[in-house]
Write a protein that binds this ligand. Structure first.
Ligand code: PMT
Length: 397
């Protein structure tokens, strides 16, 4: 963050008071911040406070009235390493989405060459209105980063989604952005996530406890770093929020294999995070197996294809194939065997013996093992942080 040039755009909403905290955090972290405020924004927060904290005059109009000095939105747009608009009202979002350049903030936005972060703040019904949603989607499609508002009590005293994200979290988004940059820009990353379901009959299946959280965290992390992501997902209750993630939904291991074989040839990196069922029923009953009709049925299982091994067999020079190993005992030994068997470049080991690791938790404790046997063990972290460590490691390869 130190020495980074940041434009902080402030518009006319109650949440403008929180921009002061965001400004303080940015300044404390060593950033140079130029505040650009809309005329309505000045109704909510005084430019004197903002200029005192930023150490720069606040810009609001195209000209300074008494000197006639012209503020070049073009120069400002080129100067910035990032622009963050917080709070962004429905009106400013609409202007940005439609190129309505009637104030200094929107003209600066239109001239900016840097990544732009938008933190909407408004009443819940305004936020939910189809026109606001369409404008936000349009901003996303232009490559802007939307920092989703939180749910909670709003200025209207109604409760719902529309509250500007807390300054600390907006700061963290910017911090992460500068820490990693867009180091996966131009790369295609394939990630598998979740469990597979292997049908027994129309109402039953063999599955496992995977929630998809680890795989979805990897997908979000890769997309935020600029990658185009194909997320091959088994049945989970999660959605991917980044528009750079294309989700391919599958149910069984065979369907997952098909999707992976189609995607892998165009991928630079593949991370096999799904908990694929190793066995499937040999045959699937057409109708529900009835309790009354027979003694306890015997379900004969057959081996499922090993998807990671199939990709390992066709891996080209320059492609990176990373696997996961979920173990319960002799962890390292088993993980290392999987690297060889599946022709992986690295494996992420997580053990069910570690509290907070593995299925369904929001945290994971991982050890990354490379094909040459070298290992790095990480402490317990959130799955999103673990995802960042995995991507950093892949980039180091
Ligand atoms: O989804 P969560 O609830 O967040 O939980 C995350 C997780 C525990 C599922 C994840 O961190 C994890 O460990 N995923 C891999 C689980 C697994 O199936 O491990 P494995 O050791 O059985 O498989 C080894 C590797 O081969 C994995 O990369 C797996 O995707 C792959 N595999 C396995 C079997 C198979 N038939 N085909 C495969 O490609």
């Amino acid at each position: 963050m130190k020495g980074r040039h940041i434009i902080l755009g402030i518009t006319g909403g109650i949440a403008a008071y929180k921009s002061v905290s965001l400004l303080r955090l940015l300044i404390k972290a060593g950033a140079e911040v130029q505040v650009v405020i809309t005329p309505a924004g000045k109704q909510f927060i005084t430019p004197v406070t903002l200029s005192a904290l930023s150490g720069r005059p606040v810009i609001s109009e195209f000209f300074t009235a008494n000197t006639g000095e012209w503020h070049s939105h073009v120069d400002l747009g080129l100067w910035a390493d990032a622009m963050v608009i917080a709070p962004a009202t429905a009106s400013t979002i609409a202007k940005m989405a439609n190129g309505v350049a009637d104030n200094m903030l929107v003209t600066t936005y239109l001239s900016a060459k840097c990544p732009v972060f938008v933190a909407p703040a408004m009443d819940l019904d305004m936020m939910a209105h189809p026109s606001t949603q369409a404008n936000i989607e349009r901003l996303r499609s232009y490559g802007n980063h939307i920092i989703e508002p939180a749910s909670g009590e709003l200025a209207s005293h109604l409760v719902g989604k529309g509250r500007m994200e807390e300054p600390e979290n907006i700061f963290k988004v910017l911090q992460d952005h500068f820490a990693h940059g867009l180091d996966l820009a131009g790369k295609h990353v394939m990630i598998t996530a979740g469990p597979t379901y292997e049908k027994i009959d129309p109402v039953r299946f063999i599955g496992n406890y995977s929630s998809g959280k680890m795989g979805y965290a990897l997908a979000e992390e890769a997309a935020e770093r600029g990658a185009k992501v194909t997320l091959v997902s088994g049945p989970v209750n999660l959605t991917a929020s980044n528009p750079n993630i294309q989700v391919v939904k599958v149910e069984s291991a065979r369907q997952m294999l098909e999707a992976c074989l189609e995607t892998f040839p165009h991928s630079d990196i593949a991370v096999m995070c799904a908990a694929v069922a190793d066995y499937a029923p040999e045959s699937v009953a057409d109708v529900k197996i009835k309790r009354e009709h027979q003694d306890a049925p015997v379900i004969r299982l057959v081996k499922n294809p090993d998807i990671a091994a199939a990709l390992g067999a066709q891996k080209r020079l320059g492609q990176i194939l990373a696997g996961f190993a979920l173990e319960t005992h002799d962890e390292e030994k088993h993980a290392k065997e999987k690297i060889t068997k599946k022709n992986l470049d690295m494996i992420v080991l997580n053990s069910l013996r570690d509290p907070g690791a593995g299925f369904q938790t929001d945290t994971n404790k991982i050890t990354i093992i490379d094909a040459d046997g070298s290992e790095i063990a990480f402490p317990l972290k959130t799955k999103r942080e673990a995802a960042a460590d995995i991507i950093d490691h892949i980039l180091s390869l």
